[in-house]
Design a protein around this ligand. Structure first.
Ligand SMILES: [Zn+2]
Length: 223
């Protein structure tokens, strides 16, 4: 079986009616020649045509980083509004609570990727997680988001580890923690699912450090 993982950095773009190679290249800050020349796109170079709705690889294409719509919420600071971010938004202002150990564990039983790996277009790992599978805290900390999130994440949990790190767990079927609660590393925080913008059960797992995104591969133990 042939792997479908693109061997280069880039973006799979769904072609829209009215798109041209020039317009798509401009949108992703690359050159039309790069798109036309990528062999995997299998264009007839004598008369390249793309059907609207089909996917095209844009090598080295750049798009705005996927940013979680809820900003970093340090535990002691004011939270975010439920109106803007969904019912899971926490009011914030938590004093004390659990602190991270400084090391992280896999939040899932399986240590396999299911969907997107971490790359410039997806600042998270999609980890294999069955519907209803227990999801656990990757490190100890305080819950700063717990419940429905607007913007594609579905039911989500975010933990502030108190050491600059936060972790985010999205597409959960259900959430088993509440705002401001302290959790220990390995403690259950919810159950795997496919809520929000998701095509099947998996865990979308993000690690942030002082507002930036960190590849989970750098901090998780080897699978
Ligand atoms: Zn994801």
């Amino acid at each position: 079986m042939e792997l479908k993982i693109p061997p280069i950095n880039g973006i799979y773009y769904q072609w829209q009616k009215g798109d041209t190679f020039d317009s798509v290249a401009a949108e992703f800050e690359t050159d039309p020649v790069e798109i036309l020349g990528w062999g995997g796109n299998k264009f007839d170079l004598t008369n390249p045509q793309v059907e609207p709705g089909s996917y095209v690889m844009v090598p080295d294409g750049k798009r705005a980083f996927q940013q979680w719509i809820v900003p970093i919420i340090p535990r002691g600071a004011a939270g975010v509004s439920t109106g803007m971010y969904g019912g899971g938004a926490c009011p914030g202002g938590y004093e004390g609570g659990a602190y991270g150990t400084g090391s992280f564990i896999w939040p899932t039983v399986n240590h396999t990727i299911s969907g997107n790996d971490y790359w410039s277009g997806h600042l998270a790992l999609d980890i294999g997680a069955a519907l209803g599978e227990p999801i656990s805290a990757s490190d100890s900390g305080v819950i700063v988001f717990a419940g429905w999130s607007t913007g594609g994440y579905g039911n989500a949990v975010a933990i502030d580890h108190g050491n600059g790190y936060q972790t985010l767990y999205a597409h959960l079927n259900s959430v088993s923690v509440r705002c401001g609660q302290s959790v220990s590393q390995g403690q259950n925080i919810g159950y795997g699912g496919s809520t929000g913008n998701s095509t099947g059960p998996h865990l979308h797992f993000e690690i942030r450090f002082q507002g930036g995104f960190v590849s989970p591969w750098y901090v998780l133990p080897a699978p």
